[in-house]
Design a protein around this ligand. Structure first.
Ligand SMILES: NC(=O)c1ccc[n+]([C@@H]2O[C@H](COP(=O)([O-])OP(=O)(O)OC[C@H]3O[C@@H](n4cnc5c(N)ncnc54)[C@H](O)[C@@H]3O)[C@@H](O)[C@H]2O)c1
Length: 295
């Protein structure tokens, strides 16, 4: 494997492109939006500078890494020589199914098609292609250049060979791959999202305030960040939609999103990205949102 194409140059796509280029792969970064491509390149450059400051990389390695990334607006051109395509486009089943239908047309027979989806069934995405044995989930964590885990998700028809190739590829970019099967939420979100939802219920029922809930989990369970802060960071709309996937996928009411979470999303309080969630964010300042302050 030498040539990697990454579809979608947003938060995750730029990180995935960065990680592969840093370890010597040629990367084609593809996005329908030229603005997203320009922003991705400047983000990658900033993140490479951070690595230089931390003495992880040299100036010369930064220049070489950037040289290995080419950008494309056109998917067919971008994936032409790809040995592996990693799709990290918008989390919407229609968008992803259309991309995989196209990839199946445009890519060589042997090309492996991976998706970074957080919640959509790999088996369903694979069913849009004539090569379901070569479709797999590669669930990177944010921020990609820093986080070690890649959750490797085997769809119902993913072959052992595809899985082995992708597991060893993840190790070549110094990640730790963990193999799981394709059921709603995989492992990461099946465990994380109910914990976040329960933290929101604990607040909703008045058992404790925002800071108390986060402090218990940080100091008592050694979590680096409390669950309400983490929910703000992930995006409350994203948390709600993953809980809905779990709820529908298992048909079990225990996964239904807390009414407080539903209200916050409806009101447009989506967490850090809108400046308001369980906390309020002003620049680097963060305080409990006015609504949840005591007294
Ligand atoms: N953000 C996270 O923390 C996180 C973590 C793990 C997994 N994911 C998953 O990664 C994927 C991407 O998430 P993100 O946060 O980077 O999203 P994002 O909104 O930051 O970026 C998505 C990009 O995809 C582009 N795009 C949309 N349709 C396209 C198409 N047909 N062809 C090419 N480009 C297209 C958009 O222009 C946009 O730039 C999603 O599936 C998401 O669930 C996100």
């Amino acid at each position: 494997m030498k040539n990697i194409a990454v579809i979608g140059a947003g938060t995750m796509g730029n990180g995935i492109a960065h990680a592969f280029a840093q370890f010597g792969f040629q990367v084609a970064l593809i996005d329908v939006s030229p603005e997203a491509l320009a922003k991705a390149l400047s983000t990658i450059e900033k993140n490479l500078d951070r690595q230089i400051k931390k003495e992880i990389l040299t100036e010369e390695e930064k220049v070489d890494t950037l040289k290995r990334i080419a950008t494309f607006k056109n998917t067919e051109q971008g994936v032409k020589n790809a040995d592996l395509v990693i799709e990290a486009a918008t989390e919407n089943p229609q968008v992803k199914l259309a991309i995989f239908r196209d990839l199946d047309e445009f890519c060589e027979e042997g090309t492996i098609l991976a998706t970074n989806t957080s919640s959509i069934s790999i088996t369903k995405i694979a069913s849009a292609t004539r090569r379901p044995d070569k479709v797999i989930g590669m669930h990177f964590m944010n921020p990609v250049p820093i986080m070690k885990l890649v959750e490797i998700i085997r769809g119902y028809s993913t072959s052992q060979e595809t899985c082995s190739v992708i597991m060893s590829l993840a190790e070549r970019i110094q990640k730790t791959p963990v193999e799981v099967n394709d059921y709603p939420g995989f492992v990461s979100n099946r465990i994380l999202m109910p914990m976040i939802n329960e933290a929101i219920y604990t607040l909703y029922e008045g058992v404790a305030g925002v800071e108390e809930i986060d402090s218990v989990m940080k100091l008592g369970m050694a979590h680096p960040m409390g669950p309400l802060h983490l929910a703000d960071f992930i995006g409350l709309d994203v948390c709600k939609s993953i809980l809905e996937v779990l709820y529908q996928g298992f048909g079990n009411p225990k996964y239904a999103p807390c009414p407080l979470l539903v209200n916050m999303v409806t009101a447009g309080h989506l967490g850090a990205k809108t400046g308001r969630g369980f906390y309020e964010y002003q620049g680097k300042e963060m305080m409990v949102a006015e609504r949840f302050r005591k007294g």
